[in-house]
Write a protein that binds this ligand. Structure first.
Ligand code: SF4
Length: 325
């Protein structure tokens, strides 16, 4: 059917002091209504730039984009700010990593939730807005009586629930969650993810969950896209990505090997060697080649490896490219 979100051959280049950073390179993504996508990779892989692009929040200067982003039949790329304001916060909203920057310390949390509801539903009466605030606070597991409190009176996990309440206040079609639980400790993380999953099902929102943590993806997402050096190096359904009997991009294999595994001894933990390249210093050839344990001569130069495609599963690697066999 029709996709809610469709990203086509999209690129973002930042230019600072005449140095170009290729933050996002020719990515393609699609997301249906009610689907959840995990966008996985290390810092600097292009995940946040992708999310800010969808939100229309890229910096105004020093940024060049190409390609297209379609949302529910409208093209977002190049949309006027005045039109974007009707979508942002209402039809598409975003949860950021640090709840303190997303909340205003001097306003009561209930008023901050009410503000979003009022902006997008100017016809609601004072009483109706109040009822909606109570309802949303209950949905995120906070007693509505606490709406008169200020952000600093809540724990980290509770604050992130308030941020989520603000993000879902208008029942968005698409929710972007950028490392929503990274700042929280592990048990609270699991609770917040479980709550988000329940909300997502209840509201039938589409969600893009940005994370470096494949464990969170396993509990949340239908689809997965693995980003490296501004590119999507592997994508597929959750089953495609988590099925060890299928071929995988060496970077994906590295991510799995670096996951703490509760069923095995942790001395098997193998972090991926080397660092994610800065987007201004991407290598030629396959962007992963300086870190790849299976690197071959042809990986070190030339164009990107041709995509290997098997149904819903895609891998960008010479090990599997058709023309290479
Ligand atoms: Fe490794 Fe080559 Fe595949 Fe890149 S193309 S991931 S360097 S094997």
């Amino acid at each position: 059917g029709e996709n809610l979100l469709e990203i086509k051959d999209y690129c973002v280049t930042y230019t600072v002091d005449k140095i170009n950073s290729y933050a996002v390179n020719h990515i393609n993504l699609s997301l249906g209504k009610g689907e959840t996508l995990g966008l996985v990779g290390e810092t600097g892989a292009g995940k946040t730039t992708t999310a800010l692009s969808i939100m229309g929040l890229l910096p105004k200067y020093g940024v060049k984009t190409s390609g297209e982003i379609w949302f529910d039949g409208q093209q977002l790329t190049g949309m006027k700010e005045k039109d974007y304001r009707k979508i942002r916060g209402k039809r598409i909203s975003m949860i950021f990593q640090d709840p303190m920057t997303a909340l205003n310390p001097v306003f009561r949390v209930g008023d901050q939730i009410a503000d979003v509801i009022k902006i997008h539903n100017p016809k609601l009466s004072h009483g109706e807005v109040g009822e909606k605030v109570d309802e949303i606070m209950k949905m995120v597991g906070i007693p509505p009586e606490r709406k008169v409190e200020y952000p600093h009176q809540f724990s980290g996990g509770m604050r992130q629930r308030i941020v989520i309440a603000i993000a879902i206040a208008c029942n968005p079609d698409l929710l972007l969650a950028d490392e929503p639980t990274t700042a929280l400790d592990v048990t609270i993380q699991a609770q917040v993810i479980k709550m988000m999953k329940n909300l997502q099902k209840e509201l039938n929102s589409s969600v893009i969950l940005i994370t470096h943590d494949l464990g969170i993806v396993a509990n949340f997402c239908d689809k997965v896209a693995i980003m490296y050096g501004g590119e999507i190096v592997e994508s597929g359904t959750l089953e495609d990505i988590f099925d060890k009997s299928l071929p995988h991009h060496p970077y994906t294999i590295g991510l799995f090997d670096s996951l703490p595994n509760i069923t095995e001894k942790t001395d098997r933990l193998k972090p991926i060697k080397g660092l994610t390249p800065h987007p201004s210093e991407l290598p030629d050839g396959c962007k992963f080649h300086p870190r790849c344990p299976q690197c071959m001569d042809k990986c070190k130069s030339g164009d990107n490896p041709e995509l290997y495609i098997d149904g819903t599963h895609c891998i960008q690697c010479h090990l599997y490219s058709k023309g290479d066999k």
